[in-house]
Every structure is written in C-alpha cells, then in structure tokens.
Design a protein around this ligand. Structure first.
Ligand code: PEP
Length: 251
C-alpha cells in the first residue's frame, strides 16, 4: 500500500479546550484521511482529554520530552508518560527548543533514545539559521545535526523504527515571507542523498516545515523528495489547517 502523505500539526503553546473541541469536530468531517496521515501535537496538558474524545481518524504527538531518566526533574515529563496518555509521536530538536531551551545535540540524542525506547516515533527537526545560510553553511549544519543522532553509538543500539526527518529552515519558521520550494531545492537534494545512504527506501519520511499554509503547501507537497509537512501557526487556525489538508490530499 502506498505511504500516505504526512501532515504534522504543531500547535506550539496555543489552543485552549474550546479551540481543540472545535478542531476535533471539524477535522473529523474532513474526507482526506484515505490520503493523509494527520498527527496533531497539542500542548501536553490537553493531550489526555483529546485522545479520549478523539475519533480514530488521526494520531497524536507531543512537542518534546525531557530525555532524562529518574524522578528528580521538577516540571519535566518523559516519553513513557506521554505514551501512557496516548501520544504516538514526539517532536525532537525543534529550533525553538534548540534556541530558547538550549537543547543541544546531546540533549537531542537522549530525547531520541527515550522516545524510541518508549515505543514512540520521533519527528526529528533539523535546519539552519539565516546567518548560517548566508555563510553557505546550510549543508554542514544539516549534516552535523543529523549525524549527531544517526551516527551516535546510542542510535546504533536502538530497535528498528520509522525515521521521520523534518527539514525546517529556522529562517522560514514564523516568517512573514515564507520560503519557496525553489530556494530549498539544494537542501532537499542533499537530504535525500543523505537519508537514502543511511536508510532503506520506505524506511524514512522527509517533511518540510516553515510557514506552511494553504496557498503555499502544494509547492512543497509536490516535490518528489517531500512526503510530509510540519505546520506551525496554521495549525491554530481551523480554516487554514483544513485548507492544508484539502490541498495536500492526493500527494
Ligand atoms: C513550526 O513550528 O515548526 C513551524 C514550522 O512554524 P510555522 O509554520 O508557524 O512557521
């Protein structure tokens, strides 16, 4: 069976109960789920109630886990906890966490390990900043972020699992003027070669994220290298996320 196109809705620190109730009821009536696999990542406090109320048409994820073991980590939660309340996916290495929460490669590796060991699927985000891009370092940065996990001793010992990589150029996230597919074609070619060299065809999914919404989602969805989209702000606008789902069904 052909792999469905993946849409990941990162609700960031947004949405409240009324919003999520409406989102659930409106998305449940979308007739796109034969073509699209939708993963919704609400803020963790809402996850349990949403999973209980959820029609089984889409799947759930969270935006991070601690990666730490043991109990003496006030304010933290680990992957086994979110697995218990219904998460199937965990976002790892999002640039907002790398930047503002100082999650470096070592933290990313421990989070990745914890997620896979809990039986969940990591959504591993990578991407260069505007400055790194201006200095011609995009590929070097992507390689170092990917290799930090995929070439680590810890990765080699993990059980086989689905690989999801989201290329999210930092300069395109939350941007007023989104990237166009043409401007990231070099990075996509490189990512495809890198991933096909590491993993067998069909074992990985390559997604794009960075100011995706209705109107520009198709230009990324139609790239042959891209099998999914990571949608940020547009996930908090019900018409916009429905628009993305409708425009991307069939890819
Ligand atoms: C994101 O949060 O990963 C993201 C891509 O955000 P936005 O779509 O708002 O740029």
């Amino acid at each position: 069976m052909a792999q469905k196109f993946l849409v990941i809705a990162n609700c960031k620190q947004g949405g409240r109960t009324a919003f999520f109730d409406q989102l659930l009821s409106e998305l449940a009536s979308c007739s796109v789920f034969d073509d699209i696999s939708l993963v919704v990542m609400p803020p963790v406090p809402y996850l349990g109630q949403l999973v209980s109320a959820s029609p089984q048409v889409f799947q759930w994820g969270v935006q991070m886990v601690s990666g730490r073991s043991g109990t003496a980590w006030t304010g933290s939660y680990d992957a086994s906890m979110v697995a218990e309340i219904g998460a199937q996916y965990v976002c790892i290495g999002h640039s907002e966490r790398r930047q503002h929460d100082r999650e470096d490669s070592l933290v990313t590796i421990s989070q990745y390990q914890q997620v896979v060991e809990a039986g969940l699927t990591p959504i591993f985000c990578v991407g260069e900043t505007a400055k790194q891009r201006a200095q011609g370092q995009s590929i070097t940065i992507l390689e170092s972020q990917l290799s930090a996990v995929f070439n680590s001793d810890c990765f080699a010992k993990l059980p086989k699992h689905d690989i999801i990589v989201a290329y999210e150029p930092v300069w395109a996230i939350g941007a007023d003027k989104p990237a166009d597919a043409q401007s990231v074609s070099t990075e996509f070619s490189w990512l495809t070669s890198y991933l096909t060299a590491q993993f067998s065809h069909g074992q990985y999914t390559l997604c794009y994220g960075g100011s995706v919404g209705p109107g520009n989602c198709q230009q990324f969805a139609k790239l042959p290298e891209v099998n999914g989209l990571l949608v940020g702000r547009a996930s908090l606008d019900i018409d916009a996320i429905k628009g993305v789902l409708l425009e991307c069904s069939g890819y």
